[in-house]
Design a protein around this ligand. Structure first.
Ligand code: GDP
Length: 167
């Protein structure tokens, strides 16, 4: 008897970070089931036994209250960063630390994708790590992975880290 355990993964990040592109890469050639969403900027997708919930952290405040319901039992938080967007990195930082402080995310490990590494002037994962103050994170496993969602480079290393945490 196979036990299909569902894993909940929250994919978040500012608009334009590359979340949709990353999900598309994960889901390529797979049958995708989408569930009704709570708002136009929230996507809910089940792939294999992984339940992905994705939204923009810069989204409407009115939707924010409902996000909490999605936090429950989330095992992973994937934060997607546009590595060329220096200006808005502090917003991602603030949201990241807010999410990690949420009691429903107590168990969640965090994967940060430093996306758009193909673009000139993109910040390195080391620089982003420092700017987001990742070393201050207590009580959560975390990992930062440089990637290029357009080509898929780095995405599987990120998923491998997640798979390793599930063992
Ligand atoms: P979302 O708003 O976070 O879902 O971002 P999207 O996935 O819609 O991507 C926003 C824009 O960035 C689109 O034009 C993508 O083609 C582009 N984009 C996403 N990932 C990359 C990347 O790794 N490199 C480059 N050059 N562009 C990217």
């Amino acid at each position: 008897v196979t036990h299909w355990e569902e894993h909940k993964v929250i994919i978040t990040g500012l608009d334009n970070a590359g979340k949709t592109t990353i999900l598309y890469q994960f889901l390529m050639n797979e049958v995708v089931h989408t569930s009704p969403t709570i708002g136009s900027n929230v996507e809910e997708i089940i792939w294999k036994n992984i339940h992905f919930v994705m939204w923009d952290i810069g989204g409407q405040e009115s939707l924010r209250a409902s996000w909490n319901t999605y936090y429950t039992n989330a095992q992973f938080l994937i934060l997607v960063i546009d590595s060329t967007d220096r200006e808005r990195l502090p917003i991602s930082k603030e949201e990241l630390h807010k999410m990690l402080a949420h009691e429903d995310l107590r168990q969640a490990a965090i994967l940060i994708f430093a996306n758009k590494q193909d673009l000139k002037g993109s910040m390195s994962s080391a620089e982003i790590s420092q700017q987001l103050n990742l070393t201050s994170i207590k009580g959560h496993g975390w990992h930062i992975q440089a990637c290029c969602a357009l080509t898929g480079e780095g995405l599987y290393q990120g998923l491998e880290w997640i798979a390793h945490q599930l063992k």
